[in-house]
Design a protein around this ligand. Structure first.
Ligand SMILES: [Zn+2]
Length: 127
C-alpha cells in the first residue's frame, strides 16, 4: 500500500539522508511516510532531506534478536534520536552512546535492507 513512499524513504537512506515529508499547506514536517499531512490532512506533501544529526533521547541494548537475521548483531544498541528538524526516530546506535549525546546518522546494509545507525558526531567524517 505504501510501496512508492517506502521506496522514496529507502532510496534516501541509501543516499545517506533521511527523507522527511513537508506539508505544502501548513508546513508540518513528518517522519512517518503518509499520503496525507498528519496535522491538516492535505495531500500536498513534498520531500525534504533531514541533515541526519540530532540528540539521543533514549538508549537500550538488545541482547535477544527479534529474528534470525539480527542474531549475528547481538548485543546491539538501539537509540531514540530527536533530529535537529524536531522529529524523533529509532535506529541502531554505536555502542556506548548515552542520553544527550550528539549523533549523526549513517546508513548500513543488513539482510537486504538499508538501516540507520547513529554514531557520535565527533566520529563523523567532515566533508
Ligand atoms: Zn498540513
Amino acid at each position: 500500500m505504501t510501496g512508492a513512499l517506502d521506496t522514496i524513504h529507502t532510496d534516501g537512506l541509501k543516499r545517506g539522508v533521511i527523507p522527511l515529508q513537508r506539508c505544502g499547506a501548513c508546513g508540518t514536517v513528518q517522519i512517518c511516510r503518509r499520503h496525507f499531512c498528519q496535522k491538516c490532512a492535505s495531500s500536498a506533501l513534498d520531500w525534504v532531506d533531514a541533515a541526519g544529526s540530532g540528540q539521543v533521547w533514549a538508549v537500550t541494548v538488545v541482547n535477544r534478536a527479534p529474528d534470525d537475521s539480527f542474531r549475528a548483531l547481538v548485543p546491539y544498541t538501539i537509540v531514540l534520536v530527536e533530529l535537529d528538524e524536531g522529529q524523533r526516530l529509532m535506529g541502531h546506535g554505536a555502542a556506548g552512546l548515552a542520553i544527550g549525546d550528539r549523533v549523526v546518522a549513517t546508513p548500513f546494509d543488513h539482510a537486504d535492507r538499508c538501516l540507520l545507525k547513529f554514531i557520535p558526531e565527533s566520529r563523523a567524517e567532515t566533508p
